[in-house]
Design a protein around this ligand. Structure first.
Ligand SMILES: C[S@@+](CC[C@H](N)C(=O)[O-])C[C@H]1O[C@@H](n2cnc3c(N)ncnc32)[C@H](O)[C@@H]1O
Length: 219
């Protein structure tokens, strides 16, 4: 796994055997904010609390930005993050996300709290952010919880087709609350069709830099 600097100055990881990055090389923080925070979290949040499932915890960047936004908006977040291959802590400590967020109070302690949190246990990172990292394989994962929001952030379907199946989208749909939403950076026709078949109403939204579009599905 290699540390790579993206165009907005924030890091991502490159996986040589898949020839795939964890984020857009046009900007990791920019993409994460655009697809998951703005089109997902801020769009869906309309009350004092929200439950989120992230598919692919990876570097913890989506978790960090959600954790910061939860504190700023005073929304209580229950955040479940699924990951089969956790990033090594030594590598996670090299990621420059907190130095790219210099004006955000507590970003460093939040990021450390997110990475140091035990797997398969609930940790209060701050009173508005409860994190439960689930070490499991998405293809076996049977959600036991109802979510308001799903961040679907798997590697691309061409690289990991087993993560983008009708069965998986049906399961996620069944475990979403009414008006729950799923956002993803991927706009592939096959993905759109699977989401529709699962029952989602689909919107194509402008994508982050380097991508024309992204998808949001609503139950
Ligand atoms: C695009 S990256 C996620 C980026 C992440 N959201 C972040 O903010 O850094 C995809 C993630 O899915 C994970 N993954 C791959 N196969 C998986 C599987 N079968 N089940 C669960 N997670 C998997 C990878 O290890 C990787 O962390």
């Amino acid at each position: 796994m290699q540390l790579v600097t993206t165009r907005d100055g924030s890091h991502t990881l490159y996986v040589p055997h898949l020839d795939e990055h964890y984020h857009s090389t046009y900007g990791a923080i920019t993409e994460s904010r655009h697809v998951f925070i703005d089109a997902g979290f801020l769009y869906r949040t309309d009350g004092p609390k929200i439950s989120v499932l992230e598919v692919g915890f990876g570097t913890g960047l989506n978790a960090l930005l959600t954790c910061i936004t939860a504190r700023d908006k005073q929304v209580k977040v229950t955040y479940h993050a699924l990951e089969k291959f956790p990033v090594d802590l030594v590598l996670a400590e090299k990621l420059n996300y907190t130095s790219r967020l210099p004006n955000v109070p507590d970003a460093e302690s939040f990021f450390a709290g997110i990475h140091q949190a035990s797997w398969n246990a609930t940790t209060m990172v701050h009173p508005f952010f409860y994190l439960h990292k689930i070490r499991d394989d998405l293809t076996d994962f049977q959600p036991e919880f109802m979510y308001d929001l799903v961040f679907f952030d798997a590697f691309a379907p061409e690289k990991q087709p087993e993560m983008w199946t009708q069965d998986i989208f049906n399961r996620l749909y069944n475990n979403l609350s009414q008006d729950g939403i799923l956002t993803t950076y991927c706009v592939k026709g096959t993905v759109k069709r699977m989401l529709k078949t699962a029952g989602f109403r689909i919107e194509k939204l402008p994508g982050p830099p380097g991508k024309r579009e992204m998808l949001r599905g609503t139950k």
